[in-house]
Design a protein around this ligand. Structure first.
Ligand code: BDR
Ligand code: CA
Length: 361
């Protein structure tokens, strides 16, 4: 069982990451923090709560809450992506409860005085509580699906807590590939300084770059499969999920959850094609879902090698690019570097496992 803290900016593909994290049997989701990114921090927090309600069975039965985090990058002006995700981050998605429903608001973390608990405090408290309840060997995996502002603050404010963190798995960057500039990927481009701080932290990091996520396409065929009538006798978890979904009166689908997913993919497919062109005619990449897939089933991924990764912070054309030293050009800079899997990760040496292939169709 892997215990996971999830940091997201939902976001269509973030929503699929939340769904997986709540329902994969070997993932224990400790909490969700939200960050500016695909939409404003106001919207991403409410969207995460909407997803938690819909994908977690509609009740506060999983003890998972949403902890709203940073509204702005550390240094640069805020950037959102309505072209891909719509103005509120989950454009075109039907069947989720609306943001102003009290049942949604109930998923936002509050203290006993009713004051919202923010991401940094929530992460620290929940991760500490986890440590106090479990054996000292058990650690938490932090998963990042958005700009890394919350995580940069967390590793800076609570460095002692990194002992309880097994790894930080993030969707972001590319190996010679960008999507929101010629060379930069959106999550890193939004807050490159935060990404560099996380890469410099003394904790193992795993990068799932665009090169991999662009091979995880949610095709039209898979989408059509969603709309096939369900088998009422199935014990399969997705079937149960569909049956338990809370939305009603959705005429087009066998079950509400399937309809929700189908509308999510329809919107995401169309913005991918209108933004990036026919290269994505077969369907959009499910970027963020791969982080949770990696934690749950690392064996699905291959070519996981450690490299030096830095973020271009000031290039006139290249800000936000992840500079991955595939061929070890900079190895001489790290002569005394200890190349085992110990805690020497960070400021020196090959600071990041870069995943380069997904082995499923
Ligand atoms: C990343 O940017 C966002 O649009 C997605 O949610 C994903 O996290 C892909 O570049
Ligand atoms: Ca995201």
């Amino acid at each position: 069982l892997k215990t996971v803290w999830l940091d997201v900016d939902p976001g269509h593909d973030d929503a699929t990451a939340i769904m997986l994290a709540l329902n994969l049997p070997n993932i224990h989701l400790l909490g969700i923090s939200t960050v500016h990114g695909n939409a404003s921090s106001h919207h991403t927090a409410l969207n995460a709560a909407r997803c938690l309600f819909a994908f977690g069975g509609g009740a506060l039965n999983q003890n998972v809450s949403v902890y709203p985090g940073a509204s702005h990058p550390l240094i640069l002006p805020t950037k959102h992506d309505p072209e891909i995700h719509g103005p509120d981050g989950l454009g075109g998605v039907e069947g989720l409860p609306s943001a102003d429903e009290p049942s949604v608001e109930a998923f936002i973390a509050r203290d006993e005085k009713g004051v919202i608990v923010r991401a940094l405090e929530g992460m620290a408290d929940q991760i500490k509580r986890f440590r106090d309840q479990r054996s000292s060997e058990e650690k938490v995996t932090i998963v990042s699906c958005g700009p890394m502002t919350n995580l940069a603050l967390f590793v800076s404010v609570y460095p002692e807590m990194l002992e309880i963190v097994e790894q930080i798995v993030f969707m972001g960057g590319g190996v010679g590939l960008g999507n929101r500039s010629a060379v930069a990927e959106f999550n890193i481009l939004c807050d490159p300084h935060a990404a560099q701080i996380v890469l410099d932290a003394p904790v193992p990091t795993v990068m799932i770059p665009l090169n991999v996520t662009h091979t995880a396409i949610f095709t039209r065929e898979i989408q059509l499969g969603l709309l096939r009538p369900e088998n009422p006798h199935s014990t399969d978890r997705t079937e149960q999920l569909s049956a338990n979904s809370t939305s009603s009166s959705l005429p087009h689908a066998a079950t509400p959850l399937r309809h929700t997913l189908s509308t999510l993919i329809t919107f995401f497919s169309s913005t991918y094609v209108s933004t990036f062109g026919p290269q994505f005619a077969s369907g959009p990449p499910l970027h963020d879902a791969l982080t949770i897939a990696y934690v749950a089933c690392p064996e699905l991924f291959s070519e996981k090698k450690r490299h030096r990764v830095d973020v271009e912070l000031s290039g006139m054309y290249t800000r936000g690019e992840t500079v991955v030293d595939l061929y070890g050009y900079r190895d001489d800079e790290w002569k005394n570097y200890d190349d085992d899997d110990g805690r020497s990760w960070g400021r020196e040496g090959k600071n990041c496992i870069v995943v380069q292939a997904l082995n499923v169709n």
